[in-house]
Design a protein. Structure first.
Length: 386
C-alpha cells in the first residue's frame, strides 16, 4: 500500500497542544507550528482501525495486557533491532517520561547526582531537579562531523553519580549513537556503578544509512545495569494513547521498579493504547519505511535550502528522529531578539533551543514530521525574515 504523507490534516480545535496552545506558547496564534514532537501525518490506518473495532464494544472497563500484546512488541524489537526480549523483562508504563521519572524516584534519593547529556529533551532536566536530585551536565561536544559525547568529563562525573539518563537516539541533536560510543559510555558507568536509564523512544526513527543499537544489547553485564524505555508513540503518532514499555533484564531492578509503579497505580494503562500499539507492532513495517523515506526527503529539502539561501544557519543533518537542530548564532542577535523575529516576524513556531539546556542558546528545534508543503512554507518565511 502506498501512503500519502502530503495530505494536510486540520488539527485546530481538537485540544491539540501543537496547534491550540500557540497563543500561550508563542504569543502569536498564527505561527506555523513545528515544535511539539508529534506528527502532522495521520496515525496509520491499521492502528485507527484497531481502536475503532475495540471502541464498538460498549464497556471500557479495566483490562490487562495479554500474550499477543507482548508478542507483538517482541516481534517488532527482534525484526527491527535484532533484540530478543523475554516477556518477563517488560513492564507497562503510561509514558517514557513518566517511566524515567519513576526510575529516578525508585533508584536514587534526594541529593544524589543524576547525569544528563545536554542539550537534551527538557524533561530530562526536570526528572532530576523536580525531585531534589542534583543535576549534573555532561554536555555534548561539537566535533567536525557532529555532536560527540564528552567521555573525559564523564570519567570524572561518574565517580560520584548514581544515575545517567541516556537519550538513544538523541533528541534534539539527532545523533544515532554508534555501538562503539555506547560501549565506551557503558564501560565508564559499569566501573563506577552508575545505573543507566535509556530513553529509546526514537529508536524506530533511525534514518536511512544508520542503525540503532539498543543499549541493553551491548553485553549481559550492561543489560544487568540498565533500564530501557520503548514506545510506539513517536513511531506511529500514538502519543495521546499513553502506552509505553519499560524493559528491565535484571530481576532485582525489575521487582523494585514494578513495586514502585504498582504502588502508584500506574501499571494499568488504557484499552485503546494497548490495541493501537499491538496493531502497529504487528503491521507497521511498510508504513514506517515509507515514513522514513518521506522524512529524509524533508530533511534533504531543508538542508539544501539553508545551504543555498541562509548559509549563516549552521546544522548537522540528523541521523535519527524527525527533528533538525538549527544554529542561528552567526546572526549575532540576542536570544530574545531571535525569538521575536522567529515568532512575530517569520511567524514560525519552533522550539527555543535554551529549553534544552544552556548549550542551546541561539538554536531552534524544528519538527519535520509534516507535509512537504508545510516545510516549504516554513523555509520561505525564514528566507524572508533572515
Amino acid at each position: 500500500m502506498k501512503y500519502d504523507f502530503d495530505v494536510k490534516i486540520p488539527r485546530e480545535n481538537t485540544n491539540c497542544v501543537k496547534y491550540d496552545l500557540r497563543k500561550n506558547v508563542f504569543g502569536n496564534p498564527d505561527v506555523l507550528p513545528m515544535w511539539v514532537a508529534d506528527m502532522d501525518f495521520a496515525t496509520p490506518d491499521f492502528a485507527r482501525e484497531a481502536v475503532m473495532e475495540r471502541a464498538q464494544h460498549p464497556v471500557y472497563g479495566y483490562h490487562f495486557k495479554d500474550k499477543p500484546y507482548f508478542t507483538a512488541i517482541q516481534g517488532w524489537l527482534k525484526r527491527r533491532h535484532q533484540w530478543e526480549v523475554p516477556t518477563e523483562w517488560m513492564s507497562f508504563v503510561p509514558g517514557v517520561v513518566c517511566g524515567f521519572n519513576m526510575a529516578v524516584l525508585a533508584f536514587t534519593k534526594e541529593g544524589d547526582e543524576v547525569v544528563i547529556q545536554s542539550p537534551v529533551y527538557p524533561p530530562f532536566h526536570h526528572a532530576a531537579s523536580s525531585h531534589q536530585r542534583k543535576l549534573v551536565y555532561n554536555s555534548l561536544k561539537i566535533g567536525k562531523q557532529g555532536y560527540e559525547m564528552d567521555f573525559d568529563l564523564l570519567e570524572k562525573q561518574a565517580k560520584t553519580a548514581k544515575m545517567l539518563i541516556l537519550c538513544n537516539p538523541h533528541n534534539p541533536v539527532g545523533r544515532c549513537w554508534t555501538r562503539e560510543e555506547l560501549l565506551h559510555l557503558s564501560e565508564i558507568c559499569l566501573r563506577n556503578n552508575v545505573l543507566v536509564i535509556a530513553d529509546e523512544i526514537h529508536c524506530d526513527l533511525v534514518l536511512p544509512g544508520f542503525k540503532h543499537t539498543p543499549y541493553a544489547t551491548l553485553s549481559q553485564e550492561v543489560a544487568d545495569h540498565c533500564i530501557v524505555f520503548h514506545a510506539a508513540s513517536k513511531t506511529f503518532n500514538l502519543a495521546g494513547l499513553a502506552t509505553s514499555t519499560a524493559i528491565i533484564p535484571n530481576q532485582e531492578l525489575r521487582v523494585t521498579y514494578n513495586n514502585y509503579v504498582e504502588a502508584l497505580e500506574a501499571h494499568l494503562g488504557n484499552i485503546f493504547g494497548k490495541v493501537a500499539t499491538q496493531a502497529s507492532m504487528e503491521k507497521g513495517d511498510e508504513w514506517l519505511e515509507q515514513l522514513l523515506d518521506y522524512v529524509q526527503g524533508n530533511i534533504d529539502y531543508v538542508s539544501d535550502f539553508l545551504k543555498a539561501n541562509l548559509p549563516k544557519v549552521k546544522f548537522f543533518k540528523p541521523q535519527a528522529t524527525y527533528m533538525m537542530w538549527l544554529d542561528f548564532n552567526d546572526y549575532g542577535l540576542s536570544e530574545e531578539e531571535l525569538w521575536r523575529k522567529m515568532t512575530q516576524e517569520a511567524q514560525l513556531g519552533f522550539n527555543r533551543g535554551s529549553d534544552f539546556g544552556q548549550e542551546g542558546k541561539g538554536f531552534f528545534r524544528i519538527n519535520l514530521a509534516c507535509p512537504r508543503s508545510t516545510v516549504e512554507e516554513a523555509m520561505r518565511r525564514l528566507k524572508t525574515v533572515f
